[in-house]
Design a protein around this ligand. Structure first.
Ligand code: HEM
Length: 196
């Protein structure tokens, strides 16, 4: 083994005039440079996927109307052809433009396709808090949630609402997005509730 190493280092020295240490340092630097530079480009295969994801992100949000929690799960980013949706207090927002936050691998991917009210109010990533049930929260926690709701109303398009027992519980605790809606919409949803 030592003989092989000696032959190699002699060959390096003969051919390059460099000491083995200098040679391997240069080699390592070239490798790092290659990795950094190639990381700035997207592989041809990935390019189509990135382009498609961008196109979907730029699509006009589609209104969904009333959606069950189960249906909402399908919009968690696992299907790149579907928009990314997320709900706060039972109101569903199209968050496709923030795919880097909510898309697969994103820091907040766990919120996608769900009503994340409780998690946002508690600033929690605990899966047990991934629910629209906000019962038992303190005033300050509800205030945190309210701030998130305002942020979402400002930034994203509302595309529907959840209808489930849980969303009804949250709707009762003051829903700021309702302020924008007209009376007839409110009467309609009240009508729906009495029917059930
Ligand atoms: C170490 C703690 C955290 C750091 C450093 C952090 C950092 C950030 C940053 C830099 C942004 C981007 C802001 C923007 O450009 O608008 C962001 C967005 C966000 N953060 Fe955090 N965050 C942290 C914890 C949390 C926690 C605990 C939650 C909730 C459980 C949370 C939920 C969110 C959400 C939902 C967004 C995206 C809002 C949007 O759609 O615009 N973050 N965070």
């Amino acid at each position: 083994m030592a003989a092989v190493w000696q032959t190699v280092t002699e060959a390096i020295n003969n051919y390059t005039g460099l000491s083995p240490t200098a040679f391997f340092t240069i080699l390592a630097l070239m490798y790092v440079t290659f990795k950094v530079v190639s990381g700035m480009f997207v592989a041809a295969d990935d390019y189509a996927a990135v382009k498609r994801a961008n196109e979907i992100a730029l699509r006009e949000p589609v209104q969904m109307g009333d959606v069950t929690e189960e249906d909402l799960r399908a919009y968690d980013g696992s299907d790149p052809n579907k928009p990314l949706l997320m709900a706060i207090k039972g109101q569903i927002y199209d968050v496709s433009r923030s795919r880097m936050f909510y898309g697969p691998g994103g820091p907040y991917a766990l919120f996608a396709g769900r009503d994340a009210s409780r998690a946002l109010a508690l600033m929690s990533f605990d899966p047990k808090d991934l629910t629209g049930n906000i019962q038992g929260l303190s005033d300050s926690e509800l205030e945190v949630l309210q701030d998130w709701e305002y942020k979402f109303i400002e930034k994203y398009v509302k595309v529907g609402q959840l209808f489930s027992l849980e969303s009804k519980q949250t709707e009762n605790v003051g829903d700021a997005s309702k302020l924008d809606e007209d009376k007839s919409q409110e009467n309609k949803s009240e009508g729906n509730e009495t029917q059930q």
